[in-house]
Design a binder for this molecule. Structure first.
Ligand code: OAD
Length: 252
């Protein structure tokens, strides 16, 4: 196990591997946005929403049973996200992209903060909370909010809109998942950052990468189920560990 900023020591094997990697693939989870003030997925409930379990709201069943409740929850989460700014973790990934020949960024986050930091080609496995999708034909729209009286309707056909995120029990967008799988299978170093690594199939990407011979590096506050297969687990906040690791690998 390595440490972050406190002692700034990263194993040489890790910094050398990163410096010599031709392809780096990164999978991020909600921990990467924690330092932007967005609660992680499993800690996301506060105030009025603390009585609800996110796993019971983020389902198609919950939406069809009570679309207003689910829309109100997503509206609350959207507002938190719209006030947030990318942090040093998001920005460091942009720096890392510039240092390596091929860089793939896969995220489970729906907040769009990687794109706001400047990352241009982000594979969004779980959709984007700022986008809405027609429940009839799947057409997508930005900037449509819940009105006080009416549920949001599709501007094209008038059917009910839903947040364009992946809910429990739903499949991932096929193209994004295919790209993510290829990126995991064809990299020299695979990072799993700020994710509890318990939600499939995203969690299996690290296993794929390992199976295909990649070095696995985890950055998280705590151990996760992925720690057992990681070559290096670095404990610390990604907004601190990532810039330090990039400095240690490329600037020293
Ligand atoms: P979780 O809430 O499950 O896990 C967040 C992880 O981030 C935990 O392991 C924390 O220890 C870690 N963490 C917190 N702050 C951190 C920091 N500053 N730096 C580094 N790590 C930190 O969130 P996810 O793993 O993203 O999917 O959850 C994955 C998916 O589960 C979500 O995308 C969501 C949910 O199902 C859908 O909604 C489809």
């Amino acid at each position: 196990m390595a440490k972050g900023r406190d002692d700034q020591q990263f194993p040489e094997e890790l910094t050398l591997a990163l410096r010599s990697a031709a392809v780096v693939t990164v999978l991020t989870g909600s921990g990467v946005s924690a330092e932007s003030g967005i609660p992680t997925f499993r800690e996301a409930q506060s105030g009025l929403w603390s009585q609800y379990n996110p796993q019971s709201l983020a389902t198609p069943e919950a939406f069809y049973q009570n679309p207003r409740l689910v829309w109100e929850w997503y509206t609350w989460r959207r507002e938190l996200i719209q006030e947030a700014k990318p942090n040093e973790g998001h920005e460091s990934l942009l720096t890392l992209e510039k240092f390596v020949e091929h860089f793939n960024l896969i995220t489970q986050n729906v907040d769009g903060l990687h794109q706001q930091a400047g990352s241009s080609d982000v594979i969004e496995l779980h959709g984007n909370i700022l986008r809405s999708k027609c429940t009839f034909d799947g057409e997508t729209f930005y900037d449509i909010a819940l009105q006080s009286d009416n549920l949001p309707g599709c501007p094209s056909c008038g059917n009910l809109l839903r947040p364009d995120v992946v809910w429990f029990g739903e499949s991932l967008p096929a193209d994004e998942y295919k790209r993510a799988l290829l990126a995991a299978q064809n990299c020299d170093v695979f990072f799993s950052i700020g994710t509890s690594g318990v939600v499939q199939p995203a969690a299996s990407l690290a296993h794929e990468a390992r199976h295909y011979g990649s070095l696995i590096v985890e950055i998280n506050l705590d151990d996760t189920p992925l720690s057992t297969i990681a070559d290096f687990t670095i404990h610390g906040p990604s907004g601190t560990v990532l810039p330090d690791l990039i400095d240690a690998a490329f600037r020293k």
